[in-house]
Ligand binder design. Structure first.
Ligand code: HDD
Length: 721
């Protein structure tokens, strides 16, 4: 029996998954082996009050399966959420790549995307300060292409050799397993303070990019430089970008902390609910292209994953769009078992010698062997390619495929040589014909030694509130570090990025910036090599600030309020005209009104209509919404007396959200922070505080327009205050 939402579209991967879907509607309960069960509530016993019998194969099977339900969580990126969708090419890159799915504008390529945090365990909060994983599995006609990226375009380290160290440092400390899903502890900052190469990434990770508003409002990046290969075998360097249609948005840190308590599944719920509501998340897929001849044209190395190519130097060309339009049917089967690998490429895409990428090419298959337990993980439905798959790999735990015939080797004559190799013209993958001539060394290239210039570029490209948030984040994180020497070492590194930044962080820590930054240690040198080799370079001041690096100033950010949620704080006998007028205006712009009331269930409006309450004051908080509106009600006094309501409004004010009030709520307003600020009476303008003097279109227009600013930053106190 098919479920109602079984796809009827032409998504070949969803059709492929149908073979494995199980629907129990109208069916008998059976054992794993198909025997109908007569009593699933009681074990087999010798007498009603007697001992259980070993013979009970039904209970043994059920309990045994249960005992083995868990698999090891991912060593990193354990916490995540996924969705199905498709990719549609614009068809404008055939000059650079022969990859079919990037050129064929007639076929939608099915995708499965998994978003994740990095450090936390599987059950940790979505709102941790962390990098977000953005992994896309493209089920192309030519096999699987995985883009295993993040929402930040650079990485902490330059060589995969350091990955286990980085992860050991950031994960909870080994003696007491504290803290969960947080980098604010000694081991992380100890490592970072000794790794100047991480400074660019640290700027991003301390910015609000690390606390997104929604997975739907994040950029995605492939990070490494890859290669496009065209039909003539010509290579072009490429960096992958995803730009969200709704713009790139974040919450603020105090909000993140409170969301973690109010709804630790905030991002997971947001993704799931919006897809269910038909608000399909969408990104433009873009590339930065660099001709091979320009490889050494930049003042950084294209192979260095701690560097971006500023968009002002090489613009992003849009080459397609990615849409997510279906939730998984089963979290474990799909989101948990999906296995990504940066080494899954198709003809037309190839690797570079980025030493971080090269190490990843080993790690991802290896990890699936312990996580999913068998080399046959590619047969798990979510991982299965929709392209034809034939080879001489055989057997192993849980093999699904029944390979017919006598031969499992090549060359063979008994099966006429099949399966046969594909020539390049027949779609066979041929590695890029790159000439490599070098000594075998354990070293790092001097071209990787500039650790501060792009960190400074990032910091100096931010607006003032964004810079303040970076400073506050560093204060928060380093204040949790107990070892003073680590704090000081970090100040030394920050001082090399930007003096104001270091001073402001130091002030928060009650420390002075060390006069002489401790000399950063060097890497990539053997025990007997010169430790001063490739000393980190000082900031290159020739970089121009880049708007693309700021979320507030970002050229792609729109004033759209689509899919945003507004809390309507309603008392008994709420003014229905007020509620309906703003609700209508919001819905016209794609936003939603949520009724927050004094209890669960319904309230009665002033005209007698039963209004369904979505959240109660005692079980929600304004951190879960993008803006707040308080319509007048017959019992305004009860609203003003409710501590939860006052806190709701105060938080919204603190978090720079738009707040609207009907005109007769003076008593309530006076009890909030806003009351204290409105010294000249309620008519005195406060940014983003809108008083609805009469139910008018002007109020609704003003409210929705102000919401389009996303945050009222001028309200935020300056860092020095
Ligand atoms: Fe990784 C998972 C992204 C460096 C080793 N990584 C993983 C996931 C993402 C990334 C998004 C989760 C995929 C999913 O949702 O299942 N990793 C990155 C990025 C990196 C990076 C953007 C640097 C640019 N990773 C990296 C290195 C190594 C690994 C250098 C090892 C040398 N990553 C892994 C892993 C994981 C993983 C241990 C854990 C689970 C998995 O692979 O499937 O193999």
């Amino acid at each position: 029996m098919k479920k109602n939402n079984t796809p009827t579209n032409e998504n070949a991967k969803l059709d492929d998954l149908e073979k494995n879907r199980e629907y129990s509607d109208g069916q008998f309960i059976t054992t794993d082996h198909g025997v109908k069960i007569n009593n699933d509530h009681n074990s087999l016993k010798a007498g009603e009050r007697g001992p259980s019998l070993l013979e009970d194969f039904i209970m043994r099977e059920k309990i045994t399966h249960f005992d083995h339900e868990r698999i090891p969580e991912r060593i990193v990126h354990a916490r995540g959420s996924g969705a199905h969708g498709y990719f549609e090419a614009f068809g404008n890159v055939s000059e650079y790549t022969k990859a079919g799915f990037l050129n064929d504008t007639t076929t939608k390529t099915p995708v499965f995307v998994r978003f994740s945090t990095v450090a936390g365990f599987r059950g940790s909060t979505d709102l941790a300060r962390d990098v977000r994983g953005f992994a896309i599995k493209f089920y192309t006609q030519e096999g699987i292409f995985d883009m295993v990226g993040n929402n930040i375009p650079v990485f902490f380290i330059q060589d995969a050799m350091k990955f286990p160290d980085l992860i050991h440092a950031v994960k909870p400390e080994p003696h007491n397993e504290i803290p969960q899903a947080a980098s604010a502890h000694d081991t992380f900052w100890d490592f970072i303070s000794l790794m100047p190469e991480s400074m660019h990434m640290v700027m991003w990770a301390m910015s609000d990019r690390a606390i997104p508003r929604s997975y739907r409002m994040m950029e995605g990046f492939g990070i490494h430089t890859f290669r496009f290969i065209n039909a003539e075998g010509k290579s072009t360097f490429v960096k992958f970008h995803l730009k969200p249609k709704l713009g790139t948005h974040a919450v603020v840190w105090d909000e993140a902390l409170k969301i973690s308590g109010n709804d630790p599944d905030f991002h997971r719920r947001d993704l799931y609910d919006n897809i269910e509501m038909g608000n399909f998340p969408e990104w433009e897929f873009g590339v930065q292209l660099v001709p091979e001849e320009d490889e050494h044209k930049f003042n950084f190395d294209l192979l260095d994953p701690t560097k971006i190519i500023p968009e002002e130097l090489v613009p992003v060309t849009k080459i397609g769009r990615l849409v997510l339009n279906r939730n998984p049917d089963n979290f474990f089967a799909e989101t948990e078992q999906v296995a990504f690998h940066p080494g899954h490429v198709v003809p037309g895409i190839d690797f570079t010698n980025d030493p971080l990428l090269q190490g990843r090419l080993f790690s991802y298959t290896d990890t699936q062997l312990s996580r999913l337990g068998s080399p046959n993980f590619h047969e798990i439905p979510i991982n299965r390619t929709i392209a034809p798959m034939h080879n001489n790999q055989r057997d192993g735990h849980m093999r699904q495929e029944i390979n017919v015939g006598r031969t499992s080797y090549s060359p063979n004559s008994l099966n006429n040589g099949y399966p046969v190799q594909a020539k390049e013209a027949e779609g066979g993958f041929v590695s890029h014909y790159e000439r490599v001539e070098a000594h075998k060394v354990r070293e790092r290239s001097e071209s990787f030694a500039d650790h501060f210039s792009q960190a400074a570029l990032f910091f100096n490209s931010q607006t003032e509130p964004e810079q303040n948030h970076i400073i506050k984040a560093l204060r928060f994180e380093l204040s949790k570090v107990e070892t003073v020497a680590i704090r000081e070492r970090m100040l030394g590194l920050l001082n090399q990025v930007d003096k104001k930044l270091a001073q402001q962080v130091a002030a928060g820590l009650g420390l002075a910036v060390p006069a002489q930054p401790e000399k950063p240690i060097n890497h990539g040198v053997g025990a007997d090599a010169d430790p001063n080799k490739h000393e980190p370079k000082r900031v290159d001041k020739t970089y121009q600030p880049s708007r693309a690096l700021s979320m507030v100033n970002n050229p792609t950010t729109t004033k759209s309020i689509e899919t945003r949620q507004v809390a309507f704080v309603c008392g008994e006998g709420v003014n229905e005209k007020s509620v309906n007028a703003l609700k209508k205006a919001l819905e016209a712009k794609g936003a939603t009104a949520k009724i927050v009331g004094p209890h669960a269930g319904n309230i009665e409006g002033d005209a007698g209509t039963e209004i369904k309450i979505d959240f109660a004051f005692f079980s929600s908080s304004s951190v879960l919404f993008d803006a707040v509106y308080v319509p007048s009600s017959q019992n305004n006094a009860a609203l003003a007396d409710n501590d939860n309501v006052i806190e709701f409004i105060n938080d919204a004010y603190r978090h720079c959200k738009v707040i609207g009030f009907d005109a007769d709520l003076d008593t309530l307003i006076k009890k909030t922070t806003i009351g204290n600020k409105l010294t000249g009476g309620k008519d005195m303008a406060l940014p983003g505080i809108i008083i609805n003097k009469e139910i008018s279109k002007t109020f609704a227009d003003d409210f929705t327009t102000q919401m389009g600013k996303h945050r009222i930053w001028e309200r935020e106190p300056k860092i020095s205050e």
